[in-house]
Write a protein that binds this ligand. Structure first.
Ligand SMILES: [Ca+2]
Ligand SMILES: [Ca+2]
Length: 145
């Protein structure tokens, strides 16, 4: 029950963030977490990084964003991504949060991971959800003004 309330509150916060900078696609996403897309431009198969649990108390499914030390179904495939979460995420070239990395803040999206400045196409092998909306010292895809 408390989880449900927390999700509702968080959803409201995330919607507020989306009003500013998120792409059109983000408003159509169902879940507040990091989405990976198979192709550039948010195209192809999409996967939200989350876990799903049944709440016996509330009689509903609870979707929670969760870090992925490995991506068994989406390893080395992501070509674009959108952060629809209210926390920042860091994506890594290797599993278990190793090798090259980039942080993406809430509401940010990368339409082409293969862009010259990133060179990260079809490389993501793990993804870490941070405890805050800031990148906490991790190198970020985008600088803030
Ligand atoms: Ca791809
Ligand atoms: Ca990789």
């Amino acid at each position: 029950m408390s989880i449900g309330r927390r999700l509702l509150g968080s959803a409201a916060v995330a919607l507020g963030l989306l009003g500013a900078a998120a792409p059109a696609q983000a408003t159509e996403l169902d879940f507040h977490t990091l989405y990976l897309f198979e192709h550039g431009g948010y195209d192809g198969r999409a996967t939200p990084l989350q876990t799903v649990e049944w709440s016996d108390a509330g009689h509903f499914w609870v979707f929670r964003p969760i870090s992925q030390p490995e991506l068994p179904l989406f390893n080395d495939e992501a070509s674009s991504l959108t952060n629809n979460d209210w926390n920042a995420w860091v994506v890594f070239d290797d599993k278990n949060y190793r090798d090259r990395r980039y942080c993406i803040r809430p509401g940010e999206s990368v339409p082409s991971l293969g862009a010259q400045q990133f060179k990260f196409n079809d490389k993501i092998s793990s993804a870490l959800r941070l405890e805050s909306a800031s990148c906490a010292g991790y190198p970020a895809f985008f600088t803030t003004g």
